[in-house]
Design a protein around this ligand. Sequence first.
Ligand code: DQA
Length: 153
Amino acid sequence: MKKILILNGPNLNLLGTREPATYGSTTLADVEAQCKAEGERLGYAVECFQSNWEGALIDKIHEYGRLYKSGEALGCVFNPGAFTHTSIALHDAIKGVDGLPVIECHISNVHAREEFRHHSWVSPAAAGIVIGFGTDGYLIALGGLVRKFGAKN
Ligand code: DQA
């Protein structure tokens, strides 16, 4: 069974209690359980990883770049948190692994928020973007990844 990575960046471990008016009350553990169940339904093994450290996220993208090349992974759903707006290194990591489809996902509609959230360094390297659907966005991104890049397409 091919793998799909659900990758979450800084502060997303606080989902459920962090600014619930913006991010909702669903916890990261809930999101991860939903993604695993949906992945299984679609025929994929979902791995979930969260880190507050930029380098750990980069290492995970490199690992999945290798798994993609060996045919063991389909792609990745990635919420880079605030690193979205600051990290050229994450942009370069996605470009650098050359091929791994990464769907960028944001819980909130970043374009309806502060101006500093309007720019994403990740978007130009992403295969698709899901923004503003709350935590359902992870499932939408997962479904979109499979529809666009899965075996039957
Ligand atoms: C976020 C939006 C970012 O601007 C913010 O820094 C986050 C979460 C979202 O999912 O809406 O940490 O990526």
